[in-house]
Design a binder for this molecule. Structure first.
Ligand code: TH1
Length: 808
């Protein structure tokens, strides 16, 4: 109560739910601060090697439940609120969802922060404090419409502004050559524009509250030059305009998931946060050291995809230009410090900045990139005499068409380890985009299969199931998910199966209520909740699911006397605002839903819902309620997937292709407990290479597919605009069906039938669901992060000292 009055400045009668959220968050934050300082101080005193996770995205979601749960004060807090006549749920619901990321890549970074803190690893996250996170999605007339996501509108109680932690970051200008004190050629970057990066710190509470790490996000501030002078003539307004322009750097997250836009502001964002982070890392290192030789023993920098890869040139610049190291020495230190994670092989997602743009925006970096390239190609030329094609593939510069810097090649060359995010993806990296580099550096590529944090994705999101698990096997699984395998034998226990089903049903009821609130649609709790939640993308093949939905709808209408297993098709996901095909698919799902849901002839046996604004908070409601998990990307295209892991851990059975981490999920849960269908990555590769795939033939030979496509193309779902879906039909037919939707359709339907038949046998279904939960322990991000720590970073847990009074 005191908190409300003194921190929020209101009395209880005037307080809104948001005021109560801020009150509780500030009270929780208070419990964290001492331990946070202790943690930071312990790292400092031990001069521990730290790992710095550089990521343009951190998809955090809400933090209140997470903090309470990790601190172990959930019940205490609930009781305190009870006494005030407040509901915990209402307070929790008042927190905005921090959506500083697009999808899997950003959420992985957030799971890694939780896992590092929970295992006492000295890990820092570095990123951008976007004023606007990923847009809010609404449907208007069934079309996606984007609204700004104003998560900071009412303040953010979790963050601490650090106005004193401020670094200059430069852009544009030119490079001047001069002779240094010993007469050597040297360079300085002059006449550049300056922006300041200001730090905001958020404590990252590890499970048990022993370790509290730091997420440091940078916000752009104009330099003081803009605020002073220029008071006469029109220059004053110009100066203010300049200030606004430079602060735009941290204004908004680019809404593209695994697609590249090539916009200058994006390059500037990447350099902005990378430069500030490196300056901060060097400042911290220099508190203990006078030479840079030990940097690789004290700092591991992980590049989350190529977005921070310019950091390789930036560290070279800082070491060579500012700290006067010799090139070769600086390069050795740089390579020993950086490691790079690749998250996609999709050509449209591989960053390649025009040379002309980098020359203009970061002129010194362009020189450094040329120098790195020249030294590398010279060395390679000596070995691979005459093979010019190979040299041009290895080059950091793509010379075909407009010259571009291949950021993946830069990241590879500047790192001591390069990893993929699932076994299949890592193999494909070696065979495709990094084939030549792999030959050149055969020990550099390694695999680190993704994982998810069991704290958020089981304990917090699914209290019903977690409490059941804990009553049977204790709570060790929360910090050591491998222990969950002890549930395997419970799959044979009829009482346990009944309780497992009860937990699932409770979650399904919660989701049904959410669906009713969000869409007005009533769904049957006892139907199969068939869930596909992820970004809208052609390679993820929501269209395959839609086609099956239409085919099932037709079968149900044709055979009204059959006793059908009721199915609820649940979709959610955002499309990039400029991705027209993905937005058209959204409209199609909404149009199909409108027809199917209002057709009395299917007797509620089929419902289709597309939930708006999928984000971490929505995922926490949807995932625990799923029966069937759709992981149906074209084989070879989804690097890993992580939603697949969250769903299986929560007892959904997967229907999926042998793509990404699905391959390893099958190995862990057992081939009998997963519905695998479709072509393999090798088959996809061969079929595409043969050039012989003809979707028309496949369609002609499959009446149910033909009928579904005909309905789409003749306007059965769009009577108001019969040509609306022409682009979709076109892509699947004359367009050549690049994602092989039609090629996998028949086998997908077979797998769907198998799932529906199994669902009739609730005991058998539940047995398999339990075996999924029980066998997903390996997919904890604790395991993933430990592998990085041991095999890439060489960092070790530190146990913070929380008792030394003299310390405080
Ligand atoms: C995703 C991958 O598509 C997904 O398969 C993987 O599980 C996830 O990363 C985590 O490893 C990617 N997201 C992005 C986002 C951008 C660029 C590339 C990728 S790959 C902006």
């Amino acid at each position: 109560m005191e908190w409300l009055v003194y921190s929020v400045g209101k009395d209880a009668r005037a307080a809104t739910r948001r005021d109560w959220f801020h009150t509780v968050a500030l009270a929780v934050r208070d419990r964290v601060v001492d331990r946070w300082m202790d943690t930071t101080r312990s790292y400092y005193h031990e001069d521990a090697k730290r790992v710095y996770y550089l990521s343009l995205e951190f998809l955090i979601g809400r933090l209140l439940t997470n903090s309470l749960s990790n601190l172990g004060i959930m019940d205490e807090c609930r009781q305190a609120l009870d006494r005030l006549g407040l509901s915990m749920e209402d307070v929790v619901d008042a927190e905005p969802d921090a959506a500083l990321g697009n999808g899997g890549l950003g959420r992985l970074a957030a799971c890694f922060l939780d896992s590092m803190a929970s295992q006492g690893l000295p890990g820092y996250g570095y990123g951008i404090r976007y004023e606007f996170g990923l847009f809010e999605q609404r449907f208007e007339n069934g079309w996606q419409v984007e609204y700004p996501e104003q998560w900071l509108q009412f303040g953010n109680p979790w963050e601490f502004a650090r106005p004193e932690v401020l670094y200059p970051v430069q852009f544009y200008g030119r490079v001047e050559e001069f002779r240094d004190s010993v007469g050597e050629r040297a360079y300085r970057w002059v006449d550049a524009d300056r922006v300041l990066a200001m730090a905001y710190d958020t404590p990252v509470v590890g499970y048990g509250g022993e370790t509290i790490n730091t997420l440091r996000l940078w916000s752009a501030r104009a330099t003081r030059d803009f605020n002073f002078g220029h008071f006469n003539d029109g220059a004053y307004m110009k100066a203010v305009e300049q200030k606004i322009l430079s602060e735009n750097l941290s204004r908004v997250l680019y809404p593209n998931d695994a697609t590249e836009t090539g916009k200058e502001l994006r390059l500037k964002q990447e350099y902005f946060f990378t430069s500030a982070s490196l300056q901060d890392i060097l400042r911290r290192y220099l508190q203990h050291h006078t030479s840079f030789d030990n940097l690789p023993n004290k700092a591991a920098i992980q590049l989350n995809d190529t977005h921070p890869a310019i950091g390789i040139a930036e560290l070279m610049r800082l070491l060579v230009d500012q700290h006067a190291l010799r090139w070769d020495n600086a390069w050795e230190i740089t390579r020993a410090t950086f490691a790079y994670t690749n998250h996609t092989l999709l050509p449209e997602a591989l960053e390649a900045w025009p040379v002309r743009m980098i020359e203009r925006v970061l002129p010194r970096h362009m020189q450094i990139i040329y120098e790195i390239n020249a030294k590398f190609l010279n060395r390679t030329k000596a070995k691979a005499a005459g093979d010019n094609a190979r040299l041009s593939r290895l080059s950091l510069i793509d010379e075909r068409g407009e010259r571009r810097v291949r950021m993946g090649n830069l990241a590879f060359l500047g790192s001591h380890h390069v990893n993929g995010v699932s076994a299949l993806h890592t193999d494909l990296m070696k065979q495709t985009v990094f084939h030549d580099f792999h030959e050149e550096f055969p020990d550099r590529i390694n695999n680190k299969t993704n994982g998810i944090t069991p704290r958020r994705w089981l304990k917090q999101a699914n209290p019903a199931l977690s409490e059941l698990i804990t009553t049977r096997i204790g709570q060790g699984w929360i910090s050591d998910l491998s222990q969950i395998s002890a549930l395997s034998e419970k799959a044979e226990d009829v009482v346990f199966r009944e309780e497992f089903r009860r937990a699932k049903r409770k979650n399904k009821k919660r989701l049904a209520a959410y669906i009713a609130r969000q869409t007005g649609e009533e769904v049957l709790v006892d139907s199969i909740f068939d869930v596909q939640v992820k970004r809208m993308h052609e390679y993820k093949r929501q269209l395959l699911n839609v086609l099956h939905t239409i085919a099932l709808y037709n079968e149900m209408r044709d055979n009204p006397t059959v006793s059908w297993v009721p199915v609820t098709k649940i979709f959610a996901g955002k499309a990039a605002p400029s991705y027209h095909m993905a937005k058209l698919i959204i409209k199609l799902i909404n149009d199909v839903a409108k027809v199917v849901n209002h057709d009395p002839s299917v007797h509620d046996n089929l419902k289709v819902v597309l939930l708006p604004n999928y984000n971490v908070t929505a995922a926490e409601i949807i995932i625990p309620a799923a029966d069937l998990s759709e992981q149906i990307s074209t084989a070879g295209m989804e690097a890993s997937g992580t939603g697949n892991m969250k769903l299986a851990l929560n007892g959904a059975l997967t229907i999926g292709t042998l793509d990404g981490a699905n391959v390893e999920i099958r190995e862990h849960v057992g081939a009998d407990n997963i519905f695998i269908f479709g072509m393999t990555a090798d088959e996809v590769n061969d079929l595409r290479a043969s050039g012989g795939f003809n979707p028309r033939e496949v369609i002609a030979s499959n009446p149910s597919l033909k009928r579904a496509l005909d309905m789409i193309s003749t306007g059965a779902f769009s009577p108001d605009d019969r040509n609306r879906y022409h682009p979709i039909v076109q892509a699947l037919t004359d367009g050549g069906d690049h994602f092989l939707v039609t090629a996998d359709f028949a086998d997908y339907c077979r797998a769907q039938d198998a799932a529906m038949q199994l669902y009739r046998d609730q005991e058998e279904w539940t047995r398999k669901a339990i075996l999924n939960t029980a066998n997903m322990g390996w997919f904890s991000s604790d395991r993933t992060v430990n592998e990085y720590a041991e095999e890439i970073w060489d960092v070790h847990p530190v146990h913070p000292n929380h008792d030394g009074e003299g310390f405080r």
